[in-house]
Ligand binder design. Structure first.
Ligand code: FDM
Length: 225
């Protein structure tokens, strides 16, 4: 029937500062939904497997220099090259749990000083998430946890606050401020300072609710309208 053909998977995005627990929680969400027999895939941006993704990866590893605007557009292009696949997956009923999306794009670039409206423009027309889960944790907290861990394991392989380009506390503070400007009705902020199991439980409730709404035929929409 008509109703069934509108049924689709949910586009769920995890955002937050580096080391806020996105990757761990996205893994947990995937197994939770799989356990309930939903079709679900784990995605992440940047997707480093494409040609554009490799340029981004080289840049993040400090092995190339690019103008701030140019790298911003590459991050955006990296999402555009996956847009139609994303739409096909959602329409065929697969839920996507996406680690970072346009909000990272805007938050990181505007933290460098680029105009926020300019940053949003190339994202317009990408699919809008049904739910953005923001793992909220102050950069100072992440910083002291990392210092502690580094202290404990003297030779931690990914020592420091981020092995790559954007790892400085001062910069992460600016990113946190930029994220705050982007909040809208699709956002749910989770206090990521709480114990992992508690965060996990809150995410499960939000995700289940979202997946159910999309199954009932909530229409897909686009950024930023
Ligand atoms: N990042 C990520 C951006 O600056 N813009 C973007 O559009 C995206 C998706 O890339 F520091 C930044 C955020 C992070 C870095 O992300 C790599 P991962 O999650 O560590 O792969």
């Amino acid at each position: 029937n008509n109703h069934k053909s509108d049924s689709r998977g949910a586009l769920i995005v995890l955002e937050g500062l580096d080391r806020s627990g996105k990757t761990l929680q996205s893994r947990k969400m995937i197994s939770y939904l799989e356990g309930l027999s939903y079709s679900v895939e784990s995605w992440r941006f940047p997707n480093r497997n494409t040609g554009v993704g490799q340029m981004i990866s080289t840049y993040l590893a400090n092995k190339s220099e690019l103008d701030d605007h140019a790298i911003h557009l590459l991050f955006s292009a990296n999402r555009w090259e996956k847009r139609s696949l994303m739409e096909n997956k959602l329409r065929s009923g697969t839920t996507l749990i996406v680690d970072r999306y346009s909000f990272s794009g805007v938050a990181f670039s505007s933290a460098k000083g680029l105009n926020i409206e300019w940053c949003k423009a190339p994202e317009m027309g990408l699919l809008a998430p049904d739910l953005v889960l923001y793992l909220d944790i102050p950069p100072e907290v992440i910083c002291s946890i990392i210092k502690f861990v580094v202290e404990v394991k003297k030779a931690a392989e990914r020592g420091g606050y981020g092995g790559e380009r954007y790892g400085q506390l001062e910069f992460q503070r600016k990113v946190a401020l930029s994220y705050q400007i982007l909040h809208d009705a699709s956002w749910k902020t989770i206090d990521a300072c709480l114990p992992i199991e508690y965060v996990e439980k809150q995410l499960q409730e939000a995700v289940l609710d979202c997946v159910t709404t999309c199954q009932k035929g909530k229409p897909l929409s686009q950024l930023w309208s």
